[in-house]
Design a protein around this ligand. Structure first.
Ligand code: IMP
Ligand code: MG
Length: 178
């Protein structure tokens, strides 16, 4: 079992690179089919979703656009429940088909906040795609439309996800090992 250390914590591999890539290909094909001809706008939630978004986006074949939004609610390994919206979208989403791309849904607070914010601008539809979903941590009445992997309620790093800013460059997804 491959283990790594980031700052004071030890992590072990949970999802391998090839598993991630295979699942993303399936998700991208599904999204590509569902939004065929709708000129969708992908909205990437920075920072964590940037790698996931890049890997999905380059496998989309229908005409599409991409934009970025930044939110943050985590300090260390705990969700603070307090969302700070730092950067907004530049595109007008009125009448558009929007697909939010997120790295992970944990409490669901960020997802619900983002859906409510985007809906104020009258999109035609908003769908939510997340690479990872922790159903056991969910405290909002919300279900993502597209899920890469359902994961247990462990703290994860790698492939865009960080522990205090580090670990985003790892090509596998690791979980905190005790
Ligand atoms: P939520 O608002 O509680 O659903 O948390 C969502 C955000 O918290 C995600 O966009 C991540 O940036 C971060 N997050 C949640 N769980 C983890 C984790 O296990 N590792 C790293 N970041 C996480
Ligand atoms: Mg995130």
């Amino acid at each position: 079992m491959k283990r790594i250390t980031i700052k004071d914590k030890s992590f072990e591999v949970n999802i391998t690179t090839s598993e991630i890539q295979a699942r993303i290909t399936e998700l991208a094909r599904q999204i590509d089919t569902d939004f065929n001809g709708k000129k969708p706008l992908f909205v990437v939630v920075l920072n964590g979703a940037f790698l996931f978004a890049a890997d999905v986006f380059r496998q989309i074949t229908t005409d599409c656009e991409i934009g970025f939004i930044r939110v943050s609610s985590y300090a260390g390994t705990q969700s603070t429940g307090h969302i700070k919206n730092v950067m907004g979208l530049t595109q007008d989403i009125a009448g558009r088909s929007v697909i939010i791309l997120e790295d992970i849904v944990d409490s669901g607070d960020t997802a619900v906040y983002l859906l409510n914010e985007l809906k104020k601008s009258s999109p035609a539809e908003v769908r939510f795609a997340t690479l990872l979903f922790k159903p056991a941590a969910l405290r909002q009445p919300f279900r993502p439309d597209y899920v890469g992997f359902e994961v247990p309620n462990d703290f994860l790093v790698g492939y865009g996800l960080d522990y205090d800013g580090y670990g985003r460059n790892l090509n596998e997804i690791y979980k905190l090992s005790l």
